[in-house]
Ligand binder design. Structure first.
Ligand code: EPZ
Length: 417
């Protein structure tokens, strides 16, 4: 077990280059199963979840090889093996194996997902979609078994705007007979990224990124090469860290449009922002205005940035209200920030944050983005060393975090417990 040690009070200065999007990568890798020949994915983030997925595909008989951040997947000899347990349990997004294996083999058994534990993570909408396509879905001792004589296109209305369900249904529908329409679909950029890959494999998907996605099923898909979009959540995390430490950082390899909601909120606070074609410069200021933030589905403010944003809002003057309308209880970072002297109270879906300087403390991350919030909080503390436990969560979403922060001038190091 490890912890991150942070001696804060140093403004971040310099350039950080953002890697490929985690929440794309862990959908694109299973999607490769749908092809009959080699798929190459470029710009993959080197994260533990990606490594686990590579292990799962090899278990199924795919050939996987690496060349830097490029992964070559040859799925031509892949078979469908039940995976009630094993590596799938390490992932939250193991559910994408359901859509991919159902699409290719019409049958699979996958252990229920693990992953971040900030609140129950239902998959009822995924199952609703699979059943609409003709699959029988049963829960066998904590593993989901799916079987379909054949998959037929259907019209599916999502009761909840769900990234995972949208992508998972898209995966299965690309190999169904006939047309599928997903209504009330999620619009996140990662969904467009998966649709782009599938279309490069010969699928016919229109409307990804809108609330209505149309998929024409194909009997066979072929290999291709695809470069993953930059990780907007990783980029946003570094933007927030630059503002919180009153630094001056160029965040490179981003799609500024993906960060519009955050950029607008930072400008509202008084943070200096310079947008270029593929990068954003963040210029910290001595004081910030309080603001209200609503975490919503895309293109609203990302729920994955609400925890890091909470740490920044402790540095603003006055009282800010941050509400999460995607998850009702994603505030496990708040008690830890309070241990650092933050003045925050949680009321229902909202955190009420009074600007107040923070002190060094021993804190622990309960999930990936809570960990990022605690690191940012530690970077603002002028005196003493903040110790952040739960590094294993942080490593699931931020590759090269310590290296990147040290290159930006932070005094951060890993220590074995
Ligand atoms: C994806 O999770 C991301 N994870 C999450 O990022 C992100 O927070 C979330 O989308 C929202 O943007 C990955 O992409 C691997 P949802 P996902 O289905 O797909 C409810 C991170 O930190 N819901 O869009 O699981 C659900 O409870 C992670 O990188 C149902 O009710 O999220 C939630 O309230 C954390 N039934 C809302 O919908 C379902 O069948 C949105 O969830 C599915 C979801």
């Amino acid at each position: 077990m490890e912890k991150l040690m942070i001696s804060g009070g140093r403004p971040l200065q310099g350039t950080v280059t953002i890697s490929g999007a985690k929440n794309s990568a862990i959908a694109l890798i299973p999607a490769a199963i749908l092809a009959e020949s080699e798929v190459i994915l470029d710009n993959l983030p080197l994260l533990s979840d990606v490594a686990v997925y590579s292990e799962i595909l090899e278990e199924l008989g795919a050939t996987v090889s690496w060349d830097g951040n490029s992964m070559r997947i040859d799925p031509s000899h892949i078979i469908s093996l039940p995976m009630p347990n094993g590596p799938v349990k390490k992932l939250r997004a193991s559910y994408y194996m359901m859509g991919a294996l159902l699409g290719r083999f019409k049958e699979t058994t996958i252990g229920l997902p693990g992953g971040c534990n900030f609140e129950p993570r239902p998959i009822d909408q995924h199952i609703k979609g699979f059943e609409a396509l003709g699959a029988t879905v049963t829960n066998e001792h904590g593993a989901i078994h799916l079987h379909a004589k054949e998959l037929k296109g259907a019209k599916i209305y999502l009761d909840v705007v769900s990234v995972g369900a949208t992508i998972n249904i898209m995966l299965a529908a690309t190999r169904a007979k006939g047309s599928t329409i997903i209504e009330n679909a999620a619009k996140e950029p990662e969904i467009i990224d998966v649709a782009t890959l599938l279309n490069s494999m010969g699928a016919s998907i229109k409307g990804a990124g809108t609330e209505t996605i149309r998929i024409e099923g194909k009997s066979e898909l072929h290999g291709c090469r695809h470069s993953i979009i930059p990780d907007r959540i990783q980029a946003g995390t570094y933007m927030i860290a630059a503002a919180a430490t009153r630094g001056n950082v160029l965040i490179d390899n981003v799609i500024p449009k993906h960060l519009e909601a955050l950029t607008a909120k930072l400008i509202e606070m008084g943070v200096g922002i310079e947008e270029l074609d593929e990068s954003i410069r963040v210029i910290g200021k001595p004081s910030y205005e309080h603001v209200d933030v609503k975490a919503l589905v895309y293109p609203g403010f990302a729920t994955d940035l609400q925890s890091p944003m909470t740490s920044l809002l402790t540095q603003a003057q006055g009282v800010s209200v941050l509400s999460d309308f995607v998850y009702s209880n994603r505030f496990k970072h708040v008690p830890e920030l309070i241990r650092m002297g933050a003045k925050i109270r949680v009321e229902g879906r909202s955190a009420i944050i009074e600007g107040h300087s923070l002190n060094a403390a021993k804190v622990k991350a309960a999930d990936l983005r809570a960990g990022a919030a605690l690191v940012i909080a530690g970077l603002t503390v002028e005196e003493g060393v903040t110790e952040v436990g739960g590094v294993e969560f942080i490593d699931r979403g931020y590759d090269n975090l310590v290296t990147n922060l040290r290159e930006l001038g932070a005094d951060v190091w890993r220590q074995t417990l």
